[in-house]
Design a protein around this ligand. Structure first.
Ligand code: 3YP
Ligand code: ZN
Length: 380
C-alpha cells in the first residue's frame, strides 16, 4: 500500500469560473473585455496530468472523493450560505459566492460538495492509518471562505469541513493548519479563531488578499487566544525567508502545540512566476517546505499530514511545484525535473533580508502564546 494518498476527480476541472479580465468579471459595456478567469482549470489539470504522465499516479493510493453531506457542510457553514451557493449554482448563468470575486458556475454547488468531501475522505484515510500522508487536488479552493460567505474564489472551506469531521467522527482532537498560499488564510482563521483545538498558521504576502487581513496582531481570541499565527511576509520574499519562517515560527509553534495531525492549505501562488503574488519561491522550495513539515509530522503525530490544494495561477510552472510536493510526500522521484530550475535559481536564492527577518522575528514571539496540549484539553 503506498504511503501517500491522492484525491482527484475530473469534475473539479468543470467548476466554471467563466470569463473575466483575470479577476474582474467581464463587462463589455464597462470596457472589461472577456478573457480567462485567473482561477481556471488549467493549472490544476496540468498538475494532474503531470502526476499521471510522470508515472507517480501509479504509486499513489487513489482516494475517491464523494460529496460532503449537509451535516458535514453545516458543521462549518451557515444554512444561509449553503442555500446561496445552491441557488446560484442552479441558475444557468451561475452567480457569485459572496464578494464579487468568487464565481459560482452552473452545477458548482455539487462540485464544491465533492471538493469538501474529497478532503474529508483524505483526512479519514490518514486518521485511520490507511495512508501516512496525502494530497487532495480539489477545486474550487476553500481557505478564504468563512462560515457565512464565500470569497477570493472560494465557496466552501474544504479544510475546515474536514477538520470538523475529523474531530467529530475520527477521534482526532488537536489539529494544526499551515497555510502557505500567498494569500491570507482568513476563512480558516476566522472559523477557528476562538477554538483552542485548532492552531492556524498562515504565511502570506503582507496585505495582499484580503485587504488588511492576516496581521501579526490577529492571534486568536477567548479560548482560542494564541491559536492563530500570521507571518505577513514582505513582497519579494524568497526561499531563505520562507525557510527562516519555518524554522523560527512554524516548527516551534507546531512543537509547542503538539497536534494529532497537520493539515496544509497548499497554494502555489507564492511561486516566482505567479500573477497574483509577488513572492519568489520555486518548485524546489515546495519540496523543502514539504520535507520540513513531514519531519515535524514524524516527530509529533506519526507522520500524519494532509494537504488541500488552494491557489496558484502560473499554469506553466505550478505543475512542477505540485509535483515537487507530491514527490516529497511519497518519497518517489519521477525523474521529471523543474525545467525552469536554472533560470529561477538566482531569483529564489536571494539572502534573507533585514525587513523580512524583522517580521519573522516578531512572529516568533507569538510562539510562546501557543497553548500546550494539557492546557488546551482542559479548556476544551
Ligand atoms: C482573490 C481576488 C484578488 C486576489 C485573489 C486571491 C485568490 C487566492 O489565490 N487566494 O488564495
Ligand atoms: Zn492564493
Amino acid at each position: 500500500m503506498p504511503r501517500t494518498g491522492y484525491v482527484y476527480h475530473p469534475l473539479f476541472f468543470w467548476h466554471d469560473t467563466g470569463t473575466a479580465a483575470g479577476l474582474a468579471p467581464a463587462n463589455p459595456p464597462a470596457g472589461i473585455q472577456p478573457l480567462a478567469h485567473f482561477e481556471s482549470p488549467d493549472t490544476k489539470r496540468r498538475i494532474h496530468e503531470l502526476v499521471h504522465v510522470s508515472g507517480l499516479l501509479d504509486n499513489l493510493a487513489q482516494i475517491r472523493p464523494r460529496p460532503a453531506t449537509d451535516e458535514e457542510i453545516l458543521r462549518v457553514h451557515t444554512l444561509g450560505h449553503v442555500e446561496h451557493i445552491k441557488s446560484s449554482s442552479a441558475h444557468p448563468r451561475g452567480g457569485d459566492a459572496g464578494d464579487g470575486y468568487s464565481p459560482v458556475g452552473q452545477g458548482s454547488y455539487d462540485i464544491a460538495l465533492l471538493a469538501a468531501g474529497g478532503m474529508i475522505e483524505l483526512v479519514t484515510a490518514v486518521a485511520r492509518g490507511e495512508i501516512t500522508n496525502g494530497y487532495a487536488l480539489i477545486r474550487p479552493p476553500g481557505h478564504h471562505a468563512t462560515a457565512d460567505t464565500g470569497m477570493g474564489f472560494c465557496l466552501f472551506n474544504n479544510l475546515a469541513i474536514a477538520i470538523r469531521h475529523a474531530q467529530a467522527e475520527l477521534g482526532v482532537e488537536r489539529i494544526a493548519v499551515v497555510d502557505w498560499d500567498v494569500h491570507h488564510g482568513n476563512g480558516t482563521q476566522a472559523i477557528f479563531y476562538n477554538d483552542p483545538s485548532v492552531l492556524t498558521i498562515s504565511l502570506h504576502q503582507d496585505n495582499c488578499f484580503p485587504p488588511n487581513s492576516g496581521l501579526l496582531a490577529e492571534n486568536g481570541e477567548g479560548d482560542g487566544a494564541g491559536c492563530a499565527i500570521n507571518v505577513p511576509l514582505p513582497p519579494g520574499t524568497g526561499s531563505a525567508g520562507y525557510q527562516y519562517a519555518m524554522d523560527e515560527v512554524v516548527i516551534p509553534a507546531l512543537n509547542r502545540y503538539s497536534p494529532d495531525m497537520i493539515l496544509v492549505a497548499s497554494g502555489y501562488d507564492a511561486n516566482v512566476l505567479d500573477p497574483l503574488g509577488r513572492q519568489m519561491l520555486g518548485a524546489s522550495t515546495y519540496a523543502t517546505l514539504t520535507a520540513t513539515l513531514m519531519d515535524a509530522a514524524d516527530r509529533l503525530c506519526g507522520g500524519r499530514l494532509a494537504m488541500a490544494h488552494e491557489g496558484g495561477y502560473a499554469a506553466s510552472y505550478v505543475p512542477f511545484c505540485g509535483l515537487a510536493a507530491l514527490e516529497t510526500l511519497s518519497g518517489i522521484r519521477t525523474g521529471i525535473l523543474d525545467p525552469l530550475a536554472d533560470i529561477v535559481a538566482g531569483w529564489l536564492d536571494q539572502p534573507l533580508l533585514d525587513h523580512q527577518r524583522k517580521v519573522i522575528d516578531a512572529a516568533a514571539w507569538l510562539v510562546a502564546n501557543v497553548p500546550l496540549p494539557a492546557a488546551a484539553t482542559t479548556a476544551a
